[in-house]
Design a protein around this ligand. Structure first.
Ligand SMILES: Cc1cc2nc3c(=O)[nH]c(=O)nc-3n(C[C@H](O)[C@H](O)[C@H](O)COP(=O)(O)OP(=O)(O)OC[C@H]3O[C@@H](n4cnc5c(N)ncnc54)[C@H](O)[C@@H]3O)c2cc1C
Length: 323
């Protein structure tokens, strides 16, 4: 039998953004319900070492950090639900959302923190080597490759930015692109071509990420020339796939304003979306930073924005009733 869950503050997503919104929302007395989705704890549960989340002098583990955040959210009064939202009605408040379980969720305000997943090449060897030299985030993992040879795969802004960022750590960065020109903005291309630490390999695609050693790590990339089909090998210890991200926003298309890359549009400097009472935080609205700490920061902002929105709306309701 399906159930109806009612709350002042409904949150979608259990990554750093959703859980931070929950911690602030619960402490503001909004008794949040948080729907976790298919990846409880979000993207950080798929990684091991995290060295850039403030507050920990030693390297911590991603899954452990998310367990702690979840425990903290529950401790202050958040109700976590294991369900995935499949349908939304944002036409009036309370907003009505339906879960995969058939349950109905009603929220006076809604906080969306559904994240953005990195796009991958889809190779078996890529899957096998993730976390062992293959990454989709230079800001997150570049530091682990200090002094080592690394490669970035892609040809857009993200790939060029990742390659430039990696030169802070690596003296030898190869950008691998399957075409003979980049899609990245001209100014970025200029910086890339001027950087002596970066070599560009044109018309090449990765056929295989090659592992070796004990413990196993990436040792090389097997490449194929997209024109001639010729195979070659590039020895690297880090491979960064930088071919874009998929924000998890399909559910909201037609209900909320999205930008050209399908990220949720928010008013600058806030988490307010195009629908009053709906707030967005974390990677689903941020294509620039995409870090756990920025997701947590905007999660806090969303809870504060939501709390102010409700306080104003409730004040107006009382004033109207008194007239
Ligand atoms: C391998 C890897 C390593 C990383 N390492 C670092 C690092 O070292 N440091 C760092 O700062 N960042 C790192 N990041 C980036 C960081 O994980 C993200 O920036 C951060 O997790 C974004 O948080 P978020 O809460 O916005 O979204 P996510 O963590 O992506 O969480 C999204 C949540 O939304 C839920 N969801 C999606 N759709 C629905 C739905 N329909 N209904 C309900 N729930 C839904 C999912 O289940 C999930 O819980 C790494 C990322 C990856 C992939």
């Amino acid at each position: 039998m399906s159930a109806t869950h009612k709350t002042r503050m409904l949150i979608l997503g259990s990554g750093p953004a959703g859980l931070s919104a929950a911690i602030y929302g619960a402490r503001a007395g909004m008794e949040p319900i948080l729907v976790q989705g298919i990846q409880p704890g979000g993207q950080l549960t798929t990684t091991t070492d995290v060295e850039n989340y403030p507050g920990f002098r030693d390297v911590i583990q991603g899954p452990w950090l998310m367990e702690e955040m979840q425990a903290q959210a529950e401790h202050v009064g958040t109700k976590l639900v294991w369900d995935t939202i499949t349908h939304v009605d944002l036409s009036q408040r309370p907003f009505r959302l339906t879960g995969d379980s058939g349950d109905l969720y009603e929220g006076d305000v809604l906080v969306i923190a559904t994240g953005a997943q990195a796009k991958w090449l889809g190779l078996d060897s890529e899957e096998a080597m993730k976390g062992k030299g293959v990454s989709a985030c230079a800001t997150c993992d570049g530091f682990f490759y200090r002094g080592k040879k690394v490669a970035v795969i892609g040809g857009g802004n993200t790939a060029v930015e990742e390659a430039l960022y990696l030169t802070n750590h690596s003296p030898d960065v190869t950008l691998i692109h399957r075409r003979d020109s980049l899609r990245a903005e001209k100014i970025l291309q200029e910086r890339l071509f001027k950087n002596e630490r970066i070599t560009v390999l044109w018309n090449k695609q990765v056929e295989r990420f090659v592992g070796g050693g004990t413990p196993e790590g990436l040792v090389a990339l097997e490449l194929k020339d997209t024109h001639t089909g010729a195979l070659s090998t590039l020895e690297v210890e880090g491979g960064f796939v930088a071919i874009g991200h998929h924000p998890a926003t399909e559910l909201f298309r037609g209900h909320l304003a999205l930008d050209g890359d399908s990220y949720i549009t928010v008013e600058p400097g806030s988490t307010r979306t195009s629908v009053p009472g709906v707030f967005a935080c974390g990677d689903v609205m941020d294509k620039v930073y995409r870090q756990a700490v920025t997701a947590a920061g905007t999660g806090c902002m969303a809870a504060l924005d939501a709390e102010r929105f409700l306080a104003e709306a409730e004040f107006e309701d009382v004033a109207e009733a008194a007239e």
